[in-house]
Design a protein around this ligand. Sequence first.
Ligand code: URA
Ligand code: SF4
Length: 195
Amino acid sequence: MSKEEEMERIEREIKNCKKCELWKTRNNPVIGEGTLNANIVFVGEAPGYNEDKQGKPFVGRAGKVFDELLAHIGLKREEIFITNVLKCRPPQNRNPLKNEISACTPYLDRQISIIRPRAIATLGSFALHYIFEKFGLKRETIGAVHGKSFDVFNLTGVRKIIPMYHPATATYNPETKNLLLKDFEVLKNICRRDA
Ligand code: URA
Ligand code: SF4
């Protein structure tokens, strides 16, 4: 099966998924978007109001910040892949629950295995904690590790994990925006295949 076919299969499974209760309240699941040849996969938390309406990742206010951050390092959405820990929106954007994360993350794991990016950039603490655990890294707070690059060795081909603050925090905190801009510069060199 080609990468595209494998991703289409995942998409069909997610559209029919009832592994946790969130399918009942969602409008559209958000599978993820970008190129399957990405060097870097961004992992957010879960769809919000606008994402749930459109079925696309990071299209609301946090998405505007994300686009600015990408532009800051000269990248386009077509050059990366972006998805979330949860594929369906939690009601009122509440935090993901443990059982929802364990029900949903097999989809994320499969997406990562298909894309085999060089690096994963986590956006926010839910993605940080999930990805750190998956790759055998010690649990850390986002304040301690944001903007740092962590080397990992595993069969998925992923070499580096780079934790970032969630772009949504920058919509109400200008200081985090500056931190994010600086942290994103770490990604510049790993993002291009030919780099
Ligand atoms: N916040 C997220 O974590 N993901 C989205 O897709 C949108 C907002
Ligand atoms: Fe399935 Fe994930 Fe949606 Fe829960 S959040 S219903 S596990 S796709």
